[in-house]
Design a protein around this ligand. Structure first.
Ligand code: AMP
Ligand code: MG
Length: 328
């Protein structure tokens, strides 16, 4: 008999349902909230999740040919994320766990991104560059936990580029649009390059870029500069993290991992340090239910579970607080 876990993701824009069994993903159903204009509104996203939840769960079960009765545990992403969105997933997961009398397994969203990436790339012990709309961190496993070897001090990289795109009137998703204009850029404009130790800061870069725009700098040149400055900051920190940890694999993950330019830069960084380079496949790059089911399965097999009464959401739950018994 195989062990089956149903996982629920709802930390931000995606309501996802995944079903994992032993070493396979049986289903990965994701409903993505897209704002009509501007940025993500947490309460609107939460309402979207509530509306889409039943159908997503049903589709996941049908696609994997699994009944709720056959599931061994319910996994849920309890953070980090946006309160109103997290509450929807947590409420549904608690209900399923109590009603069907199944153990409830808490999953940290960032840990799940790492674990699904390891599974999908077939790596063993990589250094991980995780860049998405809501996160920018460089992490690797060491002594029982994922340790952070660099992160943003303010805005995540994806959020920074999306905000910049909005300010200059480009539609979302912003990163590919800014990159498209950047490909027609010819000249670098001087902008603040902010790396403090192993950490990065992007908010000053945003302010400065918008100031340059008002001065009449060519838009293509500004896009080129914003892309090259921010990716160079990330590369510098990644390079030091590789040298320090001596990991022999580098994995790029998160929504921004789809950037060809960032992939090229990170491939060069990896080569210089004798590390093999991998990119997470698209289906597991953005937020998804499969990664919660998969990580829930690993955790469940190592005895991790939580009482529904204590399954509070944690908006700022750091991944280096989580014990990882399955890698010990
Ligand atoms: P996530 O939060 O993981 O869903 O990732 C969202 C981020 O990925 C946003 O900042 C998007 O602008 C960015 N993104 C979406 N498509 C692409 C792409 N083709 N290349 C680079 N970044 C992208
Ligand atoms: Mg994410």
């Amino acid at each position: 008999m195989s062990t089956i876990v149903l996982g629920i993701e709802s930390t931000a824009h995606t309501f996802g349902v995944g079903i994992a069994a032993d070493d396979k993903i049986l289903a990965n159903v994701n409903e993505i909230y897209i704002p009509r204009y501007g940025g993500l509104l947490p309460r609107e996203a939460a309402r979207h999740h509530l509306v889409k939840a039943t159908r997503a769960i049903k589709n996941g079960l049908v696609r994997s040919n699994v009944r709720l009765e056959d599931v061994d545990a319910i996994a849920v992403s309890l953070g980090p994320g946006l309160g109103p969105c997290l509450r929807v997933g947590a409420m549904i997961a608690r209900f399923l766990a109590v009603y069907f009398d199944k153990p409830l397994v808490p999953v940290n969203h960032a840990v799940a991104h790492v674990e699904i990436a390891i599974m999908a790339t077939g790596t063993k012990d990589p250094l991980f560059v995780y860049v998405s709309g809501g996160n920018t961190m460089i992490v690797a496993y060491s002594k029982g936990r994922y340790r952070v070897f660099g992160e943003t001090l303010d805005m995540p990289l994806g959020n920074f580029l999306d905000s910049f795109a909005r300010e200059i009137g480009l539609p979302q998703p912003g990163v590919p649009r800014v990159e498209e204009l950047a490909s027609k850029g010819e000249r670098l404009v001087e902008l603040p390059y902010v790396v403090k130790g192993q950490d990065m800061s992007f908010s000053g870069l945003l302010t400065a870029a918008l100031r340059e725009l008002k001065k009449g700098v060519r838009l293509e040149d500004l896009c080129l500069s914003v892309i090259e400055y921010s990716y160079a900051m990330l590369a510098e920190v990644t390079e030091r993290a590789l040298a320090h940890t001596r990991k022999k694999e580098l994995v790029l993950a998160g929504g921004v991992a789809r950037s060809r330019r960032l992939q090229d830069i990170m491939r060069m960084v990896a080569e210089e340090h004798g590390a093999a380079f991998y990119v997470v496949p698209d289906e597991y790059a953005g937020d998804n239910g499969a990664m919660i089911a998969w990580t829930g399965l690993l955790a469940y097999k190592h005895g991790v579970s939580i009482s529904p009464k204590e399954s509070f959401i944690r908006q700022r739950w750091r991944m280096d607080e989580v014990e990882i018994p399955w890698r010990a």
